[in-house]
Design a protein around this ligand. Structure first.
Ligand code: CA
Length: 521
Protein backbone atom coordinates (compact mmCIF):
# COMPACT_ATOMS: atom_id res chain seq x y z
CA UNK A 1 0.00 0.00 0.00
CA UNK A 2 1.53 3.30 -1.05
CA UNK A 3 0.56 6.31 0.95
CA UNK A 4 0.51 9.72 -0.60
CA UNK A 5 0.21 12.60 1.80
CA UNK A 6 -1.33 15.93 0.96
CA UNK A 7 1.14 17.93 3.01
CA UNK A 8 4.68 18.96 2.24
CA UNK A 9 7.35 16.75 3.90
CA UNK A 10 8.89 19.75 5.68
CA UNK A 11 5.62 20.22 7.57
CA UNK A 12 6.67 17.43 9.96
CA UNK A 13 7.36 19.75 12.92
CA UNK A 14 3.68 20.59 13.45
CA UNK A 15 2.22 17.69 11.51
CA UNK A 16 -0.98 17.54 13.45
CA UNK A 17 -2.01 21.09 12.52
CA UNK A 18 -1.16 21.20 8.79
CA UNK A 19 -4.16 20.56 6.52
CA UNK A 20 -3.63 16.99 5.52
CA UNK A 21 -5.28 14.24 3.52
CA UNK A 22 -4.35 10.62 2.85
CA UNK A 23 -4.74 9.01 -0.56
CA UNK A 24 -3.99 5.29 -0.31
CA UNK A 25 -3.51 4.32 -3.93
CA UNK A 26 -2.39 6.28 -7.01
CA UNK A 27 -5.66 5.36 -8.79
CA UNK A 28 -7.84 6.80 -5.99
CA UNK A 29 -9.98 9.84 -6.87
CA UNK A 30 -10.96 10.47 -3.24
CA UNK A 31 -8.80 10.89 -0.12
CA UNK A 32 -9.63 11.20 3.58
CA UNK A 33 -9.05 14.27 5.74
CA UNK A 34 -6.63 13.55 8.58
CA UNK A 35 -6.99 16.56 10.88
CA UNK A 36 -8.82 16.23 14.20
CA UNK A 37 -12.35 17.68 13.98
CA UNK A 38 -12.11 18.12 10.16
CA UNK A 39 -11.27 21.09 7.94
CA UNK A 40 -13.40 24.11 6.87
CA UNK A 41 -14.36 25.12 3.33
CA UNK A 42 -11.63 27.27 1.81
CA UNK A 43 -8.79 25.17 3.28
CA UNK A 44 -5.96 24.83 0.74
CA UNK A 45 -3.68 21.78 0.84
CA UNK A 46 -0.02 22.08 -0.09
CA UNK A 47 -0.73 20.56 -3.52
CA UNK A 48 -3.23 23.35 -4.28
CA UNK A 49 -6.46 21.35 -3.73
CA UNK A 50 -9.05 23.66 -2.15
CA UNK A 51 -11.98 22.41 -0.08
CA UNK A 52 -15.35 23.76 -1.22
CA UNK A 53 -17.21 22.14 1.73
CA UNK A 54 -16.46 21.51 5.38
CA UNK A 55 -15.06 17.95 5.49
CA UNK A 56 -15.16 16.13 8.85
CA UNK A 57 -12.14 14.13 10.02
CA UNK A 58 -11.93 10.77 8.27
CA UNK A 59 -14.39 11.77 5.59
CA UNK A 60 -13.67 11.77 1.88
CA UNK A 61 -12.78 14.71 -0.32
CA UNK A 62 -12.96 14.52 -4.14
CA UNK A 63 -9.47 15.01 -5.54
CA UNK A 64 -10.82 15.67 -9.04
CA UNK A 65 -14.21 16.53 -10.52
CA UNK A 66 -16.41 13.42 -10.89
CA UNK A 67 -19.24 12.99 -13.38
CA UNK A 68 -22.60 11.43 -12.54
CA UNK A 69 -22.13 7.65 -12.35
CA UNK A 70 -18.34 7.80 -12.37
CA UNK A 71 -16.43 5.18 -10.36
CA UNK A 72 -15.27 6.32 -6.91
CA UNK A 73 -12.02 4.62 -5.94
CA UNK A 74 -10.35 4.13 -2.56
CA UNK A 75 -7.63 1.53 -1.83
CA UNK A 76 -7.43 1.30 -5.65
CA UNK A 77 -10.82 -0.47 -5.51
CA UNK A 78 -14.34 0.55 -6.47
CA UNK A 79 -16.21 1.75 -3.37
CA UNK A 80 -19.18 3.11 -5.34
CA UNK A 81 -20.46 5.37 -8.12
CA UNK A 82 -21.05 9.12 -8.01
CA UNK A 83 -24.67 10.18 -7.56
CA UNK A 84 -24.75 13.39 -9.61
CA UNK A 85 -21.68 15.44 -10.52
CA UNK A 86 -19.17 16.07 -7.69
CA UNK A 87 -16.74 19.00 -7.80
CA UNK A 88 -13.05 18.72 -6.88
CA UNK A 89 -12.64 19.65 -3.21
CA UNK A 90 -16.21 18.61 -2.32
CA UNK A 91 -17.17 16.43 0.65
CA UNK A 92 -18.04 12.99 -0.77
CA UNK A 93 -20.47 11.84 1.89
CA UNK A 94 -22.52 8.63 1.79
CA UNK A 95 -25.51 10.34 0.10
CA UNK A 96 -23.35 10.96 -2.98
CA UNK A 97 -22.21 7.35 -3.40
CA UNK A 98 -24.19 4.49 -4.91
CA UNK A 99 -23.06 1.17 -3.46
CA UNK A 100 -21.64 -1.52 -5.79
CA UNK A 101 -22.93 -5.11 -5.73
CA UNK A 102 -20.83 -7.72 -3.87
CA UNK A 103 -18.35 -9.87 -5.83
CA UNK A 104 -20.02 -12.89 -7.50
CA UNK A 105 -18.84 -15.93 -5.56
CA UNK A 106 -18.83 -18.30 -8.54
CA UNK A 107 -16.50 -15.97 -10.45
CA UNK A 108 -13.77 -15.69 -7.79
CA UNK A 109 -10.19 -16.68 -8.50
CA UNK A 110 -8.99 -19.34 -6.07
CA UNK A 111 -5.34 -19.73 -5.03
CA UNK A 112 -4.14 -17.82 -8.11
CA UNK A 113 -1.79 -15.44 -6.27
CA UNK A 114 -0.53 -17.43 -3.28
CA UNK A 115 2.00 -15.32 -1.37
CA UNK A 116 5.39 -16.97 -0.90
CA UNK A 117 6.29 -17.64 2.76
CA UNK A 118 8.32 -14.85 4.36
CA UNK A 119 11.52 -15.71 6.29
CA UNK A 120 10.79 -17.52 9.55
CA UNK A 121 11.21 -15.68 12.86
CA UNK A 122 12.05 -18.41 15.34
CA UNK A 123 13.66 -16.54 18.22
CA UNK A 124 10.57 -14.95 19.76
CA UNK A 125 9.11 -16.42 22.94
CA UNK A 126 6.52 -15.67 25.60
CA UNK A 127 5.82 -16.90 29.11
CA UNK A 128 2.72 -19.09 29.00
CA UNK A 129 0.91 -21.90 30.83
CA UNK A 130 1.46 -25.20 29.02
CA UNK A 131 -1.45 -27.65 29.16
CA UNK A 132 -1.56 -31.45 29.08
CA UNK A 133 -2.86 -31.42 25.49
CA UNK A 134 0.14 -29.33 24.34
CA UNK A 135 -1.81 -26.07 23.99
CA UNK A 136 -0.53 -23.00 25.84
CA UNK A 137 -2.60 -20.45 27.76
CA UNK A 138 -1.84 -16.79 28.32
CA UNK A 139 -3.88 -16.86 31.54
CA UNK A 140 -4.62 -19.37 34.28
CA UNK A 141 -8.38 -19.27 34.75
CA UNK A 142 -10.97 -21.49 36.38
CA UNK A 143 -13.91 -21.77 33.97
CA UNK A 144 -17.31 -22.96 35.12
CA UNK A 145 -19.58 -23.82 32.22
CA UNK A 146 -23.34 -24.23 32.27
CA UNK A 147 -25.62 -26.53 30.30
CA UNK A 148 -28.66 -24.24 30.55
CA UNK A 149 -29.60 -20.65 31.32
CA UNK A 150 -31.75 -21.76 34.32
CA UNK A 151 -28.63 -22.07 36.50
CA UNK A 152 -27.01 -18.73 35.56
CA UNK A 153 -28.19 -16.80 38.62
CA UNK A 154 -27.12 -19.61 40.94
CA UNK A 155 -23.70 -19.74 39.34
CA UNK A 156 -23.30 -15.95 39.61
CA UNK A 157 -24.11 -16.27 43.32
CA UNK A 158 -21.52 -19.05 43.73
CA UNK A 159 -18.89 -17.12 41.78
CA UNK A 160 -19.19 -14.10 44.07
CA UNK A 161 -18.40 -16.42 46.99
CA UNK A 162 -15.59 -18.18 45.09
CA UNK A 163 -13.99 -14.78 44.39
CA UNK A 164 -14.36 -13.64 47.99
CA UNK A 165 -13.59 -16.85 49.87
CA UNK A 166 -11.49 -19.14 47.65
CA UNK A 167 -9.49 -17.10 45.14
CA UNK A 168 -7.41 -15.26 47.80
CA UNK A 169 -5.96 -18.67 48.78
CA UNK A 170 -4.75 -19.30 45.21
CA UNK A 171 -2.55 -16.40 44.06
CA UNK A 172 -1.40 -18.16 40.87
CA UNK A 173 -4.94 -18.30 39.52
CA UNK A 174 -5.94 -15.25 37.47
CA UNK A 175 -9.66 -15.51 38.01
CA UNK A 176 -12.85 -17.47 37.65
CA UNK A 177 -15.07 -17.17 34.60
CA UNK A 178 -18.69 -18.26 34.20
CA UNK A 179 -19.59 -19.57 30.74
CA UNK A 180 -23.25 -18.58 30.91
CA UNK A 181 -25.53 -18.32 27.88
CA UNK A 182 -29.14 -18.50 26.73
CA UNK A 183 -28.84 -21.98 25.18
CA UNK A 184 -29.52 -25.46 26.52
CA UNK A 185 -33.30 -25.74 26.72
CA UNK A 186 -36.27 -24.36 24.81
CA UNK A 187 -34.21 -24.87 21.67
CA UNK A 188 -34.55 -27.21 18.67
CA UNK A 189 -31.49 -29.15 19.71
CA UNK A 190 -31.38 -31.47 16.71
CA UNK A 191 -32.34 -28.87 14.05
CA UNK A 192 -29.91 -27.95 11.28
CA UNK A 193 -27.24 -25.51 12.57
CA UNK A 194 -27.81 -26.41 16.25
CA UNK A 195 -24.34 -27.92 15.90
CA UNK A 196 -22.97 -24.34 15.91
CA UNK A 197 -23.98 -23.30 19.48
CA UNK A 198 -23.31 -26.82 20.79
CA UNK A 199 -19.78 -27.11 19.40
CA UNK A 200 -19.11 -23.52 20.50
CA UNK A 201 -19.90 -24.48 24.12
CA UNK A 202 -17.90 -27.71 23.81
CA UNK A 203 -14.88 -25.94 22.35
CA UNK A 204 -15.08 -22.99 24.77
CA UNK A 205 -14.47 -25.52 27.56
CA UNK A 206 -11.24 -26.55 25.80
CA UNK A 207 -9.86 -23.00 25.58
CA UNK A 208 -6.16 -23.17 26.54
CA UNK A 209 -6.62 -20.38 29.12
CA UNK A 210 -8.80 -22.77 31.18
CA UNK A 211 -6.03 -25.31 31.76
CA UNK A 212 -8.18 -28.39 31.06
CA UNK A 213 -9.98 -28.12 34.42
CA UNK A 214 -13.46 -27.07 33.35
CA UNK A 215 -16.45 -27.88 35.53
CA UNK A 216 -20.12 -27.68 34.56
CA UNK A 217 -23.19 -26.59 36.51
CA UNK A 218 -26.44 -28.02 35.11
CA UNK A 219 -30.05 -28.22 36.17
CA UNK A 220 -30.99 -31.83 35.41
CA UNK A 221 -33.97 -31.70 33.05
CA UNK A 222 -32.46 -29.60 30.20
CA UNK A 223 -32.08 -30.75 26.62
CA UNK A 224 -28.33 -30.13 26.47
CA UNK A 225 -26.77 -32.82 28.66
CA UNK A 226 -23.97 -31.41 30.86
CA UNK A 227 -21.79 -34.42 29.98
CA UNK A 228 -21.58 -33.11 26.42
CA UNK A 229 -19.68 -30.06 27.65
CA UNK A 230 -16.90 -31.94 29.43
CA UNK A 231 -13.87 -32.41 27.15
CA UNK A 232 -13.01 -36.04 26.42
CA UNK A 233 -10.52 -37.47 28.89
CA UNK A 234 -11.39 -34.93 31.62
CA UNK A 235 -12.87 -35.85 34.97
CA UNK A 236 -16.72 -35.57 34.97
CA UNK A 237 -16.85 -32.39 37.05
CA UNK A 238 -20.58 -31.74 37.04
CA UNK A 239 -22.97 -30.31 39.65
CA UNK A 240 -26.66 -30.93 38.80
CA UNK A 241 -28.98 -28.73 40.83
CA UNK A 242 -31.79 -31.31 40.72
CA UNK A 243 -29.51 -34.03 42.11
CA UNK A 244 -31.61 -35.66 44.85
CA UNK A 245 -28.72 -35.74 47.30
CA UNK A 246 -28.53 -31.92 47.36
CA UNK A 247 -30.89 -30.65 50.07
CA UNK A 248 -31.62 -27.00 49.22
CA UNK A 249 -29.83 -24.00 47.73
CA UNK A 250 -27.16 -23.87 50.47
CA UNK A 251 -26.11 -27.45 49.77
CA UNK A 252 -26.00 -26.77 46.02
CA UNK A 253 -23.72 -23.74 46.54
CA UNK A 254 -21.53 -25.77 48.91
CA UNK A 255 -21.17 -28.48 46.27
CA UNK A 256 -20.15 -25.93 43.59
CA UNK A 257 -17.67 -24.39 46.04
CA UNK A 258 -16.18 -27.80 46.92
CA UNK A 259 -15.71 -28.73 43.27
CA UNK A 260 -14.27 -25.29 42.44
CA UNK A 261 -11.84 -25.53 45.36
CA UNK A 262 -10.46 -28.85 44.06
CA UNK A 263 -9.93 -27.36 40.57
CA UNK A 264 -8.34 -24.21 42.00
CA UNK A 265 -5.78 -26.28 43.93
CA UNK A 266 -4.68 -27.92 40.67
CA UNK A 267 -4.59 -24.65 38.73
CA UNK A 268 -2.66 -22.89 41.51
CA UNK A 269 0.19 -25.40 41.21
CA UNK A 270 0.90 -24.26 37.65
CA UNK A 271 3.41 -21.60 36.63
CA UNK A 272 4.41 -19.81 33.46
CA UNK A 273 7.20 -21.28 31.34
CA UNK A 274 9.07 -19.99 28.29
CA UNK A 275 7.26 -21.06 25.11
CA UNK A 276 7.96 -20.32 21.46
CA UNK A 277 5.73 -17.66 19.88
CA UNK A 278 4.42 -20.47 17.66
CA UNK A 279 2.30 -21.58 20.64
CA UNK A 280 0.18 -18.42 20.40
CA UNK A 281 -3.35 -18.48 19.01
CA UNK A 282 -4.24 -14.86 18.24
CA UNK A 283 -7.67 -13.56 17.28
CA UNK A 284 -8.22 -10.27 15.46
CA UNK A 285 -11.35 -8.23 15.06
CA UNK A 286 -12.53 -4.65 14.80
CA UNK A 287 -15.47 -2.74 16.22
CA UNK A 288 -16.61 0.84 15.91
CA UNK A 289 -14.59 1.24 12.71
CA UNK A 290 -13.91 4.56 11.01
CA UNK A 291 -12.21 5.65 7.82
CA UNK A 292 -8.80 5.44 9.55
CA UNK A 293 -9.26 1.73 10.38
CA UNK A 294 -7.95 0.77 6.96
CA UNK A 295 -5.18 3.38 7.05
CA UNK A 296 -3.62 2.99 10.49
CA UNK A 297 -4.78 0.31 12.94
CA UNK A 298 -5.68 -2.50 10.53
CA UNK A 299 -2.55 -2.20 8.34
CA UNK A 300 -0.38 -2.09 11.50
CA UNK A 301 -2.22 -5.17 12.79
CA UNK A 302 -1.78 -6.78 9.37
CA UNK A 303 1.95 -6.19 9.64
CA UNK A 304 1.95 -7.71 13.15
CA UNK A 305 -0.13 -10.65 11.82
CA UNK A 306 2.55 -11.30 9.18
CA UNK A 307 5.20 -11.28 11.95
CA UNK A 308 3.12 -13.72 14.03
CA UNK A 309 2.72 -16.02 11.00
CA UNK A 310 6.49 -15.85 10.44
CA UNK A 311 6.96 -16.78 14.10
CA UNK A 312 4.77 -19.85 13.54
CA UNK A 313 1.67 -18.71 15.48
CA UNK A 314 -1.96 -19.31 14.53
CA UNK A 315 -3.62 -16.01 13.60
CA UNK A 316 -7.35 -15.75 12.98
CA UNK A 317 -9.30 -13.04 11.22
CA UNK A 318 -13.09 -13.22 11.07
CA UNK A 319 -16.29 -11.22 10.57
CA UNK A 320 -17.91 -12.56 7.38
CA UNK A 321 -19.96 -9.44 6.61
CA UNK A 322 -16.81 -7.31 6.76
CA UNK A 323 -14.91 -9.63 4.43
CA UNK A 324 -17.67 -10.46 1.94
CA UNK A 325 -17.37 -7.32 -0.20
CA UNK A 326 -13.59 -7.62 -0.42
CA UNK A 327 -13.43 -11.41 -0.76
CA UNK A 328 -12.14 -11.13 -4.34
CA UNK A 329 -8.90 -9.83 -2.78
CA UNK A 330 -8.68 -12.82 -0.41
CA UNK A 331 -9.52 -15.94 -2.43
CA UNK A 332 -6.44 -15.53 -4.70
CA UNK A 333 -4.37 -15.63 -1.45
CA UNK A 334 -5.82 -19.01 -0.41
CA UNK A 335 -2.94 -21.50 -0.08
CA UNK A 336 -4.84 -24.14 -2.07
CA UNK A 337 -8.01 -24.38 -4.15
CA UNK A 338 -9.61 -26.32 -1.26
CA UNK A 339 -8.97 -23.42 1.13
CA UNK A 340 -10.39 -21.01 -1.47
CA UNK A 341 -13.48 -23.19 -1.84
CA UNK A 342 -13.92 -23.28 1.93
CA UNK A 343 -13.77 -19.48 2.03
CA UNK A 344 -16.42 -19.28 -0.70
CA UNK A 345 -18.54 -21.88 1.14
CA UNK A 346 -18.57 -19.76 4.31
CA UNK A 347 -19.50 -16.61 2.34
CA UNK A 348 -22.31 -18.47 0.53
CA UNK A 349 -23.63 -19.89 3.81
CA UNK A 350 -23.77 -16.41 5.31
CA UNK A 351 -25.36 -14.86 2.19
CA UNK A 352 -28.13 -17.44 2.53
CA UNK A 353 -28.42 -16.86 6.31
CA UNK A 354 -28.80 -13.09 5.81
CA UNK A 355 -31.25 -13.54 2.93
CA UNK A 356 -33.37 -15.91 5.05
CA UNK A 357 -33.53 -13.25 7.77
CA UNK A 358 -34.35 -10.49 5.28
CA UNK A 359 -31.20 -8.47 6.13
CA UNK A 360 -30.32 -5.78 3.58
CA UNK A 361 -26.86 -4.61 2.59
CA UNK A 362 -27.08 -1.50 4.75
CA UNK A 363 -27.48 -3.66 7.91
CA UNK A 364 -23.71 -3.47 8.45
CA UNK A 365 -22.16 -0.04 8.72
CA UNK A 366 -23.53 1.43 11.89
CA UNK A 367 -24.43 5.11 12.34
CA UNK A 368 -21.04 5.49 14.08
CA UNK A 369 -19.19 3.92 11.14
CA UNK A 370 -20.84 6.47 8.85
CA UNK A 371 -20.06 9.35 11.19
CA UNK A 372 -16.46 8.12 11.12
CA UNK A 373 -16.38 8.49 7.34
CA UNK A 374 -17.25 4.99 6.12
CA UNK A 375 -19.85 5.39 3.38
CA UNK A 376 -20.85 1.73 3.04
CA UNK A 377 -19.91 -1.90 3.69
CA UNK A 378 -17.63 -2.03 0.64
CA UNK A 379 -15.40 0.74 1.98
CA UNK A 380 -15.56 -0.79 5.48
CA UNK A 381 -14.58 -4.24 4.16
CA UNK A 382 -11.59 -2.92 2.22
CA UNK A 383 -10.29 -1.42 5.47
CA UNK A 384 -11.22 -4.45 7.53
CA UNK A 385 -9.28 -7.01 5.50
CA UNK A 386 -6.07 -4.98 5.90
CA UNK A 387 -5.69 -6.74 9.26
CA UNK A 388 -5.14 -10.04 7.44
CA UNK A 389 -1.73 -8.76 6.31
CA UNK A 390 -0.11 -10.32 3.27
CA UNK A 391 0.37 -14.00 4.16
CA UNK A 392 -1.24 -16.95 2.42
CA UNK A 393 -4.56 -18.03 3.96
CA UNK A 394 -3.89 -21.62 5.01
CA UNK A 395 -7.18 -22.60 6.65
CA UNK A 396 -10.85 -21.80 7.11
CA UNK A 397 -12.94 -22.58 10.20
CA UNK A 398 -16.74 -22.77 10.34
CA UNK A 399 -18.21 -20.88 13.33
CA UNK A 400 -16.91 -22.28 16.65
CA UNK A 401 -14.59 -24.93 15.15
CA UNK A 402 -11.29 -25.43 16.92
CA UNK A 403 -8.08 -24.31 15.23
CA UNK A 404 -5.92 -27.27 14.17
CA UNK A 405 -3.01 -25.62 12.38
CA UNK A 406 -0.67 -22.62 12.41
CA UNK A 407 -0.56 -19.70 10.00
CA UNK A 408 -3.22 -17.23 8.82
CA UNK A 409 -6.71 -18.65 9.20
CA UNK A 410 -10.13 -17.28 8.34
CA UNK A 411 -12.46 -18.17 11.22
CA UNK A 412 -15.99 -17.49 9.95
CA UNK A 413 -18.01 -15.48 12.48
CA UNK A 414 -20.60 -12.72 12.45
CA UNK A 415 -19.13 -9.23 12.80
CA UNK A 416 -20.91 -8.70 16.15
CA UNK A 417 -18.10 -7.97 18.60
CA UNK A 418 -19.42 -10.29 21.33
CA UNK A 419 -20.27 -13.20 19.04
CA UNK A 420 -16.96 -12.91 17.18
CA UNK A 421 -15.10 -12.85 20.51
CA UNK A 422 -17.01 -15.89 21.79
CA UNK A 423 -16.45 -17.89 18.59
CA UNK A 424 -12.75 -17.03 18.46
CA UNK A 425 -12.44 -18.18 22.10
CA UNK A 426 -14.12 -21.45 21.06
CA UNK A 427 -11.61 -21.76 18.23
CA UNK A 428 -8.86 -21.66 20.86
CA UNK A 429 -7.86 -17.99 20.86
CA UNK A 430 -5.69 -17.07 23.84
CA UNK A 431 -5.31 -13.33 23.10
CA UNK A 432 -7.29 -10.91 20.97
CA UNK A 433 -6.35 -7.71 19.17
CA UNK A 434 -9.28 -5.35 18.74
CA UNK A 435 -9.00 -2.28 16.50
CA UNK A 436 -11.40 0.61 16.97
CA UNK A 437 -11.93 4.06 15.50
CA UNK A 438 -15.01 5.26 17.34
CA UNK A 439 -13.96 3.62 20.65
CA UNK A 440 -15.43 0.76 22.71
CA UNK A 441 -14.71 -0.49 26.25
CA UNK A 442 -14.86 -4.09 24.90
CA UNK A 443 -13.11 -6.78 26.90
CA UNK A 444 -13.18 -10.55 27.48
CA UNK A 445 -12.85 -12.25 30.84
CA UNK A 446 -11.32 -15.38 29.30
CA UNK A 447 -8.48 -13.83 27.28
CA UNK A 448 -6.59 -10.55 27.29
CA UNK A 449 -7.76 -8.02 24.68
CA UNK A 450 -5.38 -5.38 23.32
CA UNK A 451 -7.42 -2.45 22.05
CA UNK A 452 -5.78 -0.50 19.24
CA UNK A 453 -7.07 2.95 18.28
CA UNK A 454 -7.07 4.17 14.69
CA UNK A 455 -6.64 7.81 15.79
CA UNK A 456 -4.39 9.51 18.34
CA UNK A 457 -7.26 11.77 19.45
CA UNK A 458 -9.15 8.69 20.68
CA UNK A 459 -6.06 7.19 22.33
CA UNK A 460 -5.54 10.47 24.24
CA UNK A 461 -9.18 10.97 25.21
CA UNK A 462 -9.52 7.32 26.29
CA UNK A 463 -6.02 7.10 27.76
CA UNK A 464 -7.20 4.52 30.31
CA UNK A 465 -9.16 2.29 27.89
CA UNK A 466 -7.08 2.19 24.71
CA UNK A 467 -3.93 0.08 24.98
CA UNK A 468 -2.17 0.97 21.76
CA UNK A 469 -2.26 4.04 19.47
CA UNK A 470 -1.90 3.40 15.74
CA UNK A 471 -2.98 6.97 14.91
CA UNK A 472 0.61 8.12 14.68
CA UNK A 473 0.69 6.51 11.22
CA UNK A 474 -1.84 9.06 9.90
CA UNK A 475 0.13 12.03 11.20
CA UNK A 476 3.36 10.66 9.74
CA UNK A 477 4.99 10.24 13.17
CA UNK A 478 5.39 6.46 12.73
CA UNK A 479 5.36 3.99 9.85
CA UNK A 480 3.11 0.95 9.47
CA UNK A 481 6.21 -1.22 9.83
CA UNK A 482 7.41 0.42 13.09
CA UNK A 483 3.92 0.34 14.55
CA UNK A 484 3.45 -3.30 13.50
CA UNK A 485 6.68 -4.33 15.24
CA UNK A 486 5.64 -2.40 18.38
CA UNK A 487 2.31 -4.17 18.37
CA UNK A 488 3.95 -7.59 17.88
CA UNK A 489 6.16 -6.97 20.93
CA UNK A 490 3.19 -5.71 22.93
CA UNK A 491 1.38 -8.97 22.08
CA UNK A 492 4.30 -11.00 23.49
CA UNK A 493 4.35 -8.84 26.65
CA UNK A 494 0.61 -9.18 27.23
CA UNK A 495 0.65 -12.93 26.47
CA UNK A 496 3.40 -13.27 29.10
CA UNK A 497 1.45 -11.37 31.76
CA UNK A 498 4.12 -8.65 31.85
CA UNK A 499 1.63 -6.04 30.61
CA UNK A 500 -2.05 -5.91 31.50
CA UNK A 501 -4.53 -4.42 29.03
CA UNK A 502 -6.85 -1.75 30.44
CA UNK A 503 -9.94 -3.98 30.32
CA UNK A 504 -8.13 -6.45 32.62
CA UNK A 505 -6.90 -3.66 34.92
CA UNK A 506 -10.47 -2.40 35.36
CA UNK A 507 -11.92 -5.91 35.35
CA UNK A 508 -14.48 -5.03 32.68
CA UNK A 509 -15.64 -7.60 30.15
CA UNK A 510 -18.49 -8.37 27.79
CA UNK A 511 -20.78 -11.37 28.12
CA UNK A 512 -20.09 -14.43 26.05
CA UNK A 513 -22.72 -14.54 23.30
CA UNK A 514 -23.50 -17.69 21.33
CA UNK A 515 -24.22 -17.72 17.62
CA UNK A 516 -27.43 -19.73 17.28
CA UNK A 517 -28.84 -19.78 13.74
CA UNK A 518 -31.18 -22.69 14.72
CA UNK A 519 -34.82 -22.29 15.84
CA UNK A 520 -35.92 -21.52 19.40
CA UNK A 521 -38.91 -23.59 20.54
CA1 CA B 1 -16.63 -6.75 15.25
Amino acid sequence: MSTELGAAPDAKADNRYQPRYIRLHPADNVAIVVNDFGLPAGTVFSDGLKLIDFVPQGHKVALVALEDGEIIRRYGEVIGYAIGPIHAGAWVDESRIRMPTPPVLAALELATAVPAPQPALDTFTFEGYRNRDGSVGTKNILAISTSVQCVAGTLDFAIKRIRAELLPKYPNVDGVVAITHAYGCGVAIAAPYSNIPIRTLQNLAKNPNFGGEVMVVGLGCEKLLPDRLIPEGSAPNIVRMQDETLQGFGAIIDEIMRMADARLQILNARSRETCPASDLVIGMQCGGSDAFSGVTANPALGFAADLLVRAGAAVMFSEVTEVRDAVHLLTPRAATRQVGEALVREMAWYDEYLARGGADRSANTSPGNKKGGLANIVEKSLGSIAKSGTSAIVGVLSPGERVQQRGLIFAATPASDFICGTLQLASGMTLQIFTTGRGTPYGLAAAPVIKVSTRTELAERWHDLIDFDAGRIATGEATIEETGWDLFKTILDVASGRKKPWSDQWGISNDLTLFNPAPIT
